[in-house]
Ligand binder design. Structure first.
Ligand code: GLN
Length: 450
């Protein structure tokens, strides 16, 4: 059914970069045979899933939405993928994204944009736009995205889905092609909080192959999603994440969701996180700095594209020509910004300063969690905007992640959840929790959804 749906709608939506119809059917048949033989199956047996094209999966290409990786077939599974296979998930294929996960609209993909199923003239968010669109268009009930500054939560918000960035270190980054290693985290997108919890539980947990993976038990997310009782829970509304610059409809939807939480017995308090105002600026130094270092590996020698190699050109010429034609404009902009911010003489003024701001943001969170068990804000300042609207204005594109970036900088988990429609387009409420308390997101999400 999922493959039929893809055949029917994906020409218009363009969520998928690669559909592995044969592999998916073979996996589904093998699961059926094991079921018939009375074998014990995984917790998501037979459920189809769309995988963001930044995670490696054996037997499929991995492009990261970039020309520079066109044709590259990784010889190994990311840990997230091997865990999906162990849960008996059926992987349908790879879905579209902004090049190397840099963007908020999926318009930075080298393979053309994805469209928002709610309105095909609008963006599906990004960078996990393909992951969100595939679920919103009923092509897959579940998908995996990655979130460095909001790339799971913002697409979930503008496509009317549940999306979760787990605690940093909660889900292995092995086989997740790195953009900004200290921020990147893979997580679930789904139609309901319960579905997201099942997927979260399937992919999370310690992995010795990722040295930043934390050896702690997976928080009880599935149980929390089913509890539906938030009486007495302290919900902190972040003063700095609303007001001026926020679409009035989005603000009203958010306010109504907070009222609903109060109606369910939560104790709503206001909290102040004064340094959140600087999160976007700090992020746009830290993320490009790490990106400039991580993307050095795409050198025309090891992976994918090799351009300008006529047998006489020197290695340096081939490298620079390949990077020139293989990377898109946004990736180049970030490599240049990051190289500059890390260069000697500037390091302390830019990168070092941004790291200090990052510490202040973590302290703001710590202080807020003395007064509240979870924090809430709108997920994005606006609903989905029209395709093409912000392509020539990177700073206004960057503002899409105003509310989501603080959690990446501090490492804690955060969820976006539907908060109603604004002019026929979905708006989201963001729930944030302390590190390794991912279950609180599901507790609040499950109650709000019920
Ligand atoms: N939109 C942000 C950026 O362009 C976040 C991207 C992400 O989370 N991968 O960096």
């Amino acid at each position: 059914a999922a493959l039929d749906r893809i055949a029917k709608v994906d020409e218009a939506v363009h969520a998928f970069l690669h559909v592995d119809a044969e592999g998916a059917l073979a996996a589904a048949r093998a699961i059926d045979a094991r079921r018939a033989a009375g074998e014990k199956l995984g917790p998501l047996a037979g459920v189809p899933l769309a995988l963001k094209d930044v995670l490696t999966a054996r037997g499929m290409p991995t492009t990261c939405g970039s020309r520079i990786l066109e044709g590259w077939r990784p010889p190994y599974d990311a840990t997230v993928v091997s865990r999906l296979r162990a849960a008996d998930v059926v992987i349908l294929g790879k879905v579209n994204m902004d090049e190397f996960a840099m963007g908020s609209s999926t318009e930075n993909s080298a393979y053309g944009p994805t469209r928002n199923p709610w309105d095909l003239t609008r963006i599906p968010g990004g960078s996990s736009g393909g992951s969100a669109a595939a679920v919103a268009a009923f092509e897959a009930p579940l998908s995996i995205g990655t979130d460095t500054g909001g790339s799971i939560r913002q697409p979930a918000a503008v496509c009317g889905l549940v999306g979760v960035k787990p605690t940093y270190g909660g889900v292995s980054r092995y086989g997740l092609v790195a953009f900004s290693s200290s921020l990147d985290q893979a997580g679930p997108l789904a139609r309901t909080v319960g579905d997201a919890a099942l997927l979260h539980a399937a992919i999370a947990g310690h992995d010795p192959l990722d040295s930043t993976s934390v050896d702690l038990p997976v928080p009880p997310v599935v149980e929390a999603a089913a509890r539906r009782d938030i009486r007495g829970l302290r919900v902190g509304v972040v003063r700095e994440l609303s007001g001026e610059g926020y679409d009035p409809g989005v603000q009203a939807a958010f306010d109504a969701a907070v009222q609903e939480l109060a109606g369910l017995g939560a104790e709503v308090v206001e909290v102040s996180c004064p340094h959140f105002t600087y999160a976007l600026a700090a992020y746009y130094l830290i993320a490009p700095s790490e990106c400039s270092s991580n993307l050095a590996r795409f050198d025309a020698m090891r992976f994918g594209l090799r351009a300008g190699d006529d047998g006489r050109a020197g290695a340096e010429e081939v490298m620079s020509h390949t990077r020139d034609v293989g990377f898109g404009a946004e990736v180049k902009r970030r490599v240049m910004l990051g190289t500059y911010a890390l260069s000697s003489g500037y390091y302390d003024a830019y990168y070092g300063q941004a790291q200090k701001v990052r510490t202040l943001i973590s302290r703001d969170f710590a202080a807020a969690y003395e007064k509240a068990d979870v924090l809430v804000s709108p997920t994005t300042p606006t609903p989905a905007f029209p395709l093409g609207d912000k392509v020539d204005d990177p700073v206004s594109m960057y503002l899409s992640d105003l509310c989501t970036i603080p959690s990446n900088l501090a490492g804690g988990p955060a969820m976006s959840l539907p908060a109603g429609l604004v002019g026929g387009l979905p708006a989201g409420i963001q729930i944030m929790a302390p590190a390794f308390a991912d279950d609180r997101l599901y507790l609040v999400g499950g109650a709000l959804e019920a």
